[in-house]
Ligand binder design. Structure first.
Ligand code: 5GP
Ligand code: ZN
Length: 133
């Protein structure tokens, strides 16, 4: 869908800080992170939200696991919130299924702190996630 922001990110027409991809999924850093390393995992194919086509969630589940492991290994996250908004009243703003993978850290735990505060340099976080050991 040419008018879908995340389809355009999949196609590379809009730049993103990609951290992982496979045959079915693409993962990249959220442009407005709630936590350092806040990532979005999306299916390559256009699906509006997880309720429209729940099978799409299963297709990207391996990528969600890989990204969670990456955030733990490279950034020192100790936990993750895994969240997908479905429908405008849930807060969904981009209508291409995406799963937020929110790395969480021992110094700011708990669901009440899920939305930051965070100050983060996306370039630096991206380099830590995709750079060599
Ligand atoms: P939603 O509210 O739909 O669940 O989340 C959409 C997410 O996409 C938001 O967290 C927002 O910051 C992120 N986002 C919106 N536009 C862009 C963009 O152009 N690039 C990236 N990397 N993230 C975006
Ligand atoms: Zn799309």
């Amino acid at each position: 869908m040419s008018d879908c922001l995340f389809c355009r990110i999949v196609e590379g027409e809009i730049p993103s800080k990609r951290i992982y991809e496979d045959e079915t999924a693409v993962a990249f850093l959220d442009i407005n992170p709630w936590q350092q390393g806040h990532a979005l995992v999306i299916p390559r194919r256009h699906v509006k939200d997880v309720l429209e086509d729940p099978a799409a969630l299963a297709e990207i589940a391996p990528a969600i696991g890989t990204v969670g492991d990456l955030l733990k290994e490279r950034l020192g996250a100790t936990a993750c919130n895994i969240l997908s908004n479905a429908g405008a009243d849930s807060g969904q703003e981009v209508f291409h299924l995406h799963v937020h993978v929110l790395p969480r850290y021992a110094d700011n735990p708990g669901i009440s702190n899920m939305r930051g505060p965070v100050t983060t340099d996306l370039d630096q976080v991206h380099a830590r996630l995709v750079g060599g050991e």
